[in-house]
Design a protein around this ligand. Sequence first.
Ligand SMILES: Nc1ncnc2c1ncn2[C@@H]1O[C@H](COP(=O)(O)OP(=O)(O)O)[C@@H](O)[C@H]1O
Ligand SMILES: Cc1ncc(COP(=O)(O)O)c(N)n1
Length: 264
Amino acid sequence: MKPRVLTVAGSDSGGGAGIQADLKTMLALGVHGMSVVTAVTAQNSLGVQGAWELPAEAVRAQYRSVVDDIGVQAVKTGMLASAELVETVAGLIGGTDVPTVVDPVGISKHGDSLLADSALDAVRTKLLPVATVATPNLDEVAQLTGVRVDSEGQLREAAAAVLSYGPRWVLIKGGHLPGDAVDLLTDGSEEHWLRAPRHDNRHTHGTGCTLASAIASQLAMGRSVPEAVTEAKAYVTGAIAAGFALGKGIGPVDHGWALRREAF
Ligand SMILES: Nc1ncnc2c1ncn2[C@@H]1O[C@H](COP(=O)(O)OP(=O)(O)O)[C@@H](O)[C@H]1O
Ligand SMILES: Cc1ncc(COP(=O)(O)O)c(N)n1
C-alpha cells in the first residue's frame, strides 16, 4: 500500500507554503498526502493579510477521521497558531506511534507572526518532546532557546539547546546564514552536516514546509532519519533552484521539479 503521510498545518491561500506546499511535496515524492487544517491564512507573495485558527475540536476531529480509518506512516506539523492548538496536537501525536516531523513555524518569511508568543512554552514543553525530528530555522531557534546563530560554528550550540527539550533528532536549518546552505542534523551523538550550494533565487516561499514534508514522506517510506533528511535536502535544493516569480513579491519553490526530471 502507498505510504500515507499527514500534515497538521495552516492553509496558505497563495499555494506556496503550509498545507498546500506539504501536499504538493507528498505528491511529488509518491506518497499519499492528507491534511488536518489548523488555521486559514489570507496570504500571497507579499505577506500574510489575515489568519484565523480553527477550534481545537475541529483539529481533533480531522485528526481522528484520518488516523482511525486511513492510518498514517508519518506525521508533519507546521503552523499551529495558539497554545491551545499546540497542546491539542502534541496530545494527538503523543498517542500515535509513528515518526513525526515538527516544524516549529513561528514567523513567516515576511515577518508575520504565525504563532502566538503565549504558545512558545507549549512548543518547548509539549510539542518538542514528542518530535522524532524538529526542524527549526535560526529565528525559531532564537525564539525557543534564546541562542542566536550568526555563523556555522554556532549551529552545534543551537542544536544542543533544542535537543534539551526532548526531540529525538534536531535539524537546525542554516538557510538564513550567508554562504552555502548548511544544515546540521544531530541526535546528540551522531552529527550529519548537510551542505548545498546557495541558489541566488529570491523565490523561496515555502522552503521550510517543503523540507519538513519531504522528510516525513521519506520516513513514511521506511528510511532512517539521516537517510530521510539527506533525500529531503536534495529535493528542497532542487525546488529552490527552480523557484519562480508569482505576484509582486517572493514567489514559491517549485514542488514539481523532480516529477518533470523523471518524466523526460
Ligand atoms: N537560497 C538557498 N539556496 C539553497 N538552499 C537554501 C536556500 N535558502 C534556504 N535553503 C535551504 O532550504 C531549507 C529550508 O531552510 P530555511 O529557508 O532556513 O527554512 P524556513 O523556510 O523555515 O525559514 C534548508 O535546507 C536550507 O538550508
Ligand atoms: C500557513 C503557513 N505555514 C507556514 C509558513 C512558513 O513558510 P516558510 O516555509 O516559507 O517558512 C507560511 N508562510 N504559511
